[in-house]
Design a protein around this ligand. Sequence first.
Ligand SMILES: [Fe+2]
Ligand SMILES: [Fe+2]
Length: 370
Amino acid sequence: MEERVKPLKSFLSRRSFLGKSLAVGAGTMGAGFLATTLAAQVSDANSRGGLTRGDADILRFLAAAELIEADLWQQYNELGGIQDPEVPGGTGNPAYTAALQVLDGDMNQYIHDNTDDEITHAAFLNAYLASKGAQPVNLDQFRTLPSSQATGAQQIGRLTNLMQLTVDTSWWTRYRSDNKNPDFGDTFRQAIEGLSMGQFPAIPRNNGDLTPPDHLQAIANTAGFHFGFIEQGGTSLYPSLAQRVTHDEALRILLSIGPTEAMHFQTWHDKAGNAPPLTDPTNGLVFPDLNSPPFGGEEFQTNLIMPEPTIFLSRAFPIVSIVRPTETDGAAMAALNALTADGLFIGQTPAFFALLTELARAADHARHGG
Ligand SMILES: [Fe+2]
Ligand SMILES: [Fe+2]
């Protein structure tokens, strides 16, 4: 309850129109009526929004993150998803689609639906910002990166680069640990160490990438682990930032979108475990058998996809099954840094990094009532 009272108090002290009503009311009405009027106005202002600067900054960073997600998922869908009017643009690449379906026969449907979800996340957040008189986020001027030249991709400028990824796969062991938590400063082993050290395509760069078969399968496997990387990030980002929004409606938005990222993550976590063990003959990238020594066990076994209970807040508490990390301090900048380290922005301009850094900085500056 305490947490819910604080924002209301700061809201009351901040809104100048309430101060005005108080002054007028005090001269003409009794205290009981005044209290009723005040309560009605607070509830009306709450339902209308009246975004604080901090709430707008948090929603703007999330809108930018969703535009980035939508751009990368769109590229996956054009080549490996289902082509339909709901997510238009591509014509599909049968060989890449088939390689993805080695992980699950429904991969094309899941890719399509994840893409559709991200497009709506971005559009909703921007529309909501605009409805409150706040500035929405437009990254169109940065859609300059090249498309894949492989059959199926449309030839347009992109925000993100899926062809030189360095995929952090430590989320795999992070969600399997029962005694470590990144919010305690703990670090985690990679599932696919090779992916964390080089630069690899997650989509075919051109039709030359469609053979030999183990090369194309390595690209599809890379995508499979990248899907998990992206969506575990969203799974942490929303609860991390929700701790600092002020208004009920902004909180409701974050609490309603965030868990859909977790639904995506859970699906991709399951599918990544089906990536077949192999070595890419063109570059030596190894996907080990995660169920056999030296792997396997609690840290690597592929069907351990439910979040293992672990330490939370204090080691004095019993372990608990949770999303991790959820530390709010610096959460937006941490997300931006993770996406940058992933290689998604290779080729982007300094102006792009400046804008994204400013959006993250503003979101991390936001405080309850700020
Ligand atoms: Fe999203
Ligand atoms: Fe997402």
